[in-house]
Write a protein that binds this ligand. Structure first.
Ligand code: 5AD
Ligand code: SF4
Length: 467
């Protein structure tokens, strides 16, 4: 899983047909949700739903919710409260407003959402999005519809391969879901309860989707999963295989210049995957590998099943395989029982690894998770203060990391025009946005760029003359 941010994701504009209705998806949370928002928009486009620029302009508003943070559920009810007037005003109009709650809060709350909010027409869990067209037909007939079961049979039916039009909209960089769910049961986390047990998508289906993406012009694929490196399946030779086999197979697809995967658990970083970082040139040298804490006692209480030294040893093996590997992590501060010494161990681990980027969170008790029942919850003021100290350290590391790029020449995959006229923006292998002055014709190309300066979040440079 990735860090939680709030993103509004309007559906992409319809090209294939004139839309009669408009869809606005407000997406919270991880990349999986951003990807799901894209899938929902793809699925509803053939139903005549085009992009709404704002909720006011929409016929259907989907709140694509995230359950990871404290008060996530309350925030959804407050969002619904804000939509009440809008829905009421359009009750008898030619364009009644429909409201759906999707994502992990839908999964976790289920029918409770209907009980607490009468503005909601549809409650749909992440594994039932492929039924959206039918669900919306039922809603149009005046029903309140709910579907939150985990499918018993084809666990990936909801990931049915996107059609050619949907594929074309991906641009240069696309996500491919390779597994869903998680069996790790970290004691702070709701994912095993909201997204269900770990299921891996068969290799043939991944390869098929990746090939079609490559043919449509995608150059970079990020393999996505709540616990992506737990992927397991049958490899090409009929043997049991892990994520390294997926990466090796996808690297053979013509046109795929870059591969990434997120989010990984340290325990599933096997030898083959570590070696893949040395052996597969398309596999980018950037790895999001959350550690959560640097204290053995806290890691044990979190049920992470590894200690700080194990993590550091793993980092050493990864860097032996790929010396320029940039690492990124999630940290939780203020887990129940975290002492000042435990927190000092977290700072020491961050210091020792030198992360290129980091997400950090204050622990928030999630009802139903073991962590929520632990005694010795850390006071809010202590969490705030520790978060600030960790933030200062990792931000300094990030700036130092970016600054060290000045003078280096790195391959940049150019993706789109930048914010300023004449500027083109791309990404370094290490996930940094890079801006250069160049013509539009560089978009889609991977070219060497000499870095000349940095800002808080980006690098600037010029395309290096070819030799
Ligand atoms: N409190 C704080 N942070 C959490 N995360 C997950 N659950 C919680 C929680 N209850 C963080 C973890 C995870 C990231 C996606 O969100 O760091 O890796
Ligand atoms: Fe949550 Fe832990 Fe699974 Fe990540 S590995 S999704 S933090 S339970």
């Amino acid at each position: 899983m990735t860090a939680s941010t709030l993103t509004a994701t309007p559906a992409a504009p319809a090209l294939a047909q004139t839309p009669q209705r408009k869809l606005f998806i407000k997406s919270f949370g991880c990349q999986m949700n951003a990807y799901d928002a894209q899938r929902m928009a793809d699925m509803l486009r053939p139903e005549g739903y085009g992009e709404a620029q704002s909720p006011e302009d929409a016929d259907l508003i989907v709140l694509n919710t995230c359950h990871i943070r404290e008060r996530a559920t309350e925030k959804v009810y407050s969002e619904l409260g804000m939509l009440r007037d809008m829905k009421e005003q359009r009750r008898d109009s030619a364009r009644p407003l429909r409201i759906a709650v999707a994502g992990c809060v839908a999964q976790a709350e289920g029918p409770e959402i209907f009980r607490r909010s009468d503005v909601v027409d549809l409650v749909v869990g992440p594994q039932s999005y492929h039924h959206l067209p039918q669900q919306l037909h039922d809603v149009a007939l005046g029903q309140r519809v709910i579907e939150t079961e985990f499918p018993a049979d084809d666990k990936f039916a909801h990931l049915a391969a996107p059609g050619p039009d949907a594929i074309r909209r991906r641009g240069l960089s696309a996500f491919v879901t390779v597994q869903e769910g998680c069996d790790k049961f970290c004691s702070f986390c709701v994912v095993p309860y909201t997204r269900g047990m770990e299921v891996s998508r068969p290799l043939a289906s991944l390869v098929d989707e990746a090939q079609r993406l490559a043919q449509a012009g995608v150059r970079e694929i990020t393999l996505l999963g709540q616990n992506v490196n737990a992927w397991h399946g049958v490899g090409e030779g009929g043997h049991r295989a892990g994520l390294a086999a997926v990466l090796a197979r996808l690297a053979q697809i013509p046109g795929i210049l870059r591969l990434r995967y997120t989010t990984s658990h340290p325990l599933d970083m096997d030898e083959a995957l570590i070696s893949a970082h040395r052996d597969i040139p398309q596999l980018m040298p950037f790895l999001h590998l959350p550690v959560q804490s640097g204290s053995d006692a806290i890691l044990k209480a979190m049920n992470r099943k590894h200690g700080a030294a194990d993590y550091l040893a793993l980092v050493a093996r990864l860097r032996a395989a790929r010396p320029d590997l940039a690492l990124s992590s999630d940290f939780i501060v203020g887990f129940p029982g975290e002492s000042e010494a435990d927190f000092a161990a977290t700072l020491a681990l961050a210091e020792a690894v030198g992360f290129a980027s980091t997400f950090f969170f204050k622990y928030s008790a999630r009802p139903g998770t073991p962590g929520a029942d632990l005694a010795d919850q850390v006071p809010e003021a202590v969490k705030v203060e520790r978060l600030a100290r960790l933030q200062a350290l990792v931000e300094a590391q990030r700036h130092a990391y970016n600054h060290a790029m000045v003078g280096q020449t790195v391959p940049v995959l150019f993706e789109k025009p930048g914010r300023n006229a004449g500027q083109i923006t791309g990404k370094s292998p290490y996930m940094q946005p890079v801006h250069v002055e160049a013509g539009l014709d560089v978009i889609g190309l991977e070219l060497p760029v000499t870095i000349t300066s940095t800002s808080t979040n980006s690098l600037f440079g010029h395309v290096a003359p070819s030799t």
